[in-house]
Design a protein around this ligand. Structure first.
Ligand SMILES: Nc1ncnc2c1ncn2[C@@H]1O[C@H](COP(=O)(O)OP(=O)(O)OP(=O)(O)O)[C@@H](O)[C@H]1O
Ligand code: SF4
Ligand SMILES: [Mg+2]
Length: 384
């Protein structure tokens, strides 16, 4: 990448906090709920607290009478915190549930179980004005800048569309100016306001998507593979823009991506997902340089190493077998069917996401949360 990783949120990254206590706010009226949602959060405090989040998609059979015969366990009991001002990266193989987590946080999907607290309010249970206030504050940037922008709308209408739902952010007379300011903020010429999406390159389109995400002055932006569809050189520009905007607007990012190097570059902390569960979570240094979960070690080991000397000495972990179906995950540890360390205990007991006992209380980067009965460090040479 073009720049050294950003590490300015030291207070967040020095120690990886376990999931924090949730301080719920008892809001008796919608006004109280909205007031709680609009209240500021100190930098480094949790802004989003996800607890035991579950999303099962029913599997049905039959044409006239539909019968449920099972469920795709896309997200199956995930807990984590997102801290104000930080970037939390989420990585994991295709189908492990990353986008489903994003949709649950955006309240685009209804959770099967679990809670998502935003400033002490469980957003899975909100409705009406309080839910509208949450939706204003949590925005999303999508993966594909080619299909996520309506080709029949001008850029001005695309970026200004959220003001139709939230006119309080930009009253009618000021909208054109506000949209031009947003174009300027994301590095596009404000005079392009009347152009259509097909008149822009992929990178420029993603800038339009980011401008739209910023329109309502949100606090959190969920980025689902925001640069995966772009050329490598354009990826770097968009990532640099996102970092600049994070500082300027005090944003918290949940950043979902396949590319481990990009995630390391932008993230303060990283969570590794496998088959609907969180396998390991920690600061970027803990996850990349001191992984203790075999799945993370295998993922990192798959990152190509350009230096032939470093490549020669390294042990490559090749995972065998396919990812099991999320409709029928293995008992105990979900990774056991592909894990080279699996033992009887792994089939019998679900490993909890926690700091492994052997490292508890120790001042070592290995002391971070890992859902493995036999978590231990392993030297993994990689270029991420
Ligand atoms: N609406 C739906 N109905 C049924 N199953 C679904 C639905 N949405 C997602 N799934 C399933 O849930 C699982 C997780 O999907 P999800 O899109 O969250 O994965 P992902 O980690 O984002 O994958 P990718 O990296 O390919 O984007 C997959 O098995 C997927 O087929
Ligand atoms: S719990 Fe067992 S199967 Fe799962 S990752 Fe650890 S060693 Fe492997
Ligand atoms: Mg996805």
């Amino acid at each position: 990448m073009a720049e050294e990783p950003k590490k300015d949120a030291a207070d967040v990254t020095d120690a990886t906090p376990s999931v924090s206590e949730v301080e719920t706010v008892d809001a008796a009226t919608p006004e109280e709920a909205v007031a709680a949602i609009e209240a500021p959060v100190e930098r480094g405090e949790p802004i989003l607290q996800v607890r035991n989040l579950v999303k099962h998609f029913p599997l049905t059979q039959g044409i006239l009478v539909k019968r449920q015969i099972g469920a795709v366990k896309a997200v199956d009991g995930i807990s984590f915190d997102l801290y104000q001002g930080e970037t939390l990266g989420i990585v994991g193989e295709s189908g492990c549930g990353k986008s489903t987590v994003a949709k649950l946080l955006m309240t685009l999907e209804r959770a099967t179980a679990g809670e998502v607290f935003y400033k002490g309010q469980d957003i899975t249970k909100l409705s009406g004005r309080a839910l509208k206030a949450v939706r204003r504050n949590i925005q999303m940037v999508f993966q594909d800048p080619y299909t996520s922008l309506n080709p029949r709308m001008t850029v001005g209408d695309i970026i200004g569309e959220p003001f139709e739902i939230h006119p309080e952010v930009a009253p009618k007379g000021s909208r054109r100016q506000k949209v031009q300011d947003l174009l300027d903020v994301v590095g596009l010429n404000p005079e392009y306001i009347n152009r259509y999406p097909h008149q822009f390159s992929g990178g420029q389109r993603q800038r339009i998507g980011i401008a739209r995400g910023l329109a309502l002055n949100p606090e959190i932006i969920i980025c689902d593979e925001p640069v995966s569809a772009l050329d490598v050189s354009v990826q770097a520009q968009v990532i640099n823009l996102m970092e600049k905007l994070q500082d300027e607007f005090n944003l918290s990012y949940l950043f979902i991506a396949h590319d481990l190097s990009i995630v390391r570059h932008i993230s303060d902390r990283v969570g590794v997902m496998y088959l609907g569960k969180m396998a390991e979570i920690g600061s970027d240094e803990q996850i990349y340089d001191h992984p203790t979960h075999p799945y993370t070690q295998a993922l990192l080991s798959a990152v190509p190493v350009p230096d032939p000397e470093a490549r020669e000495g390294r042990e490559r972990i090749i995972l065998t077998g396919d990812v099991p179906s999320p409709a029928n995950p293995p008992s105990g540890c979900r990774f056991r069917t592909r894990c080279w360390k699996a033992q009887d205990k792994c089939a019998e007991e679900i490993p909890l996401l926690a700091i492994p006992e052997r490292f508890a209380g120790q001042d070592t980067p290995a002391a971070h949360e890992s859902a493995c009965h036999f978590a231990e460090e392993k030297d993994v040479v990689h270029a991420a």
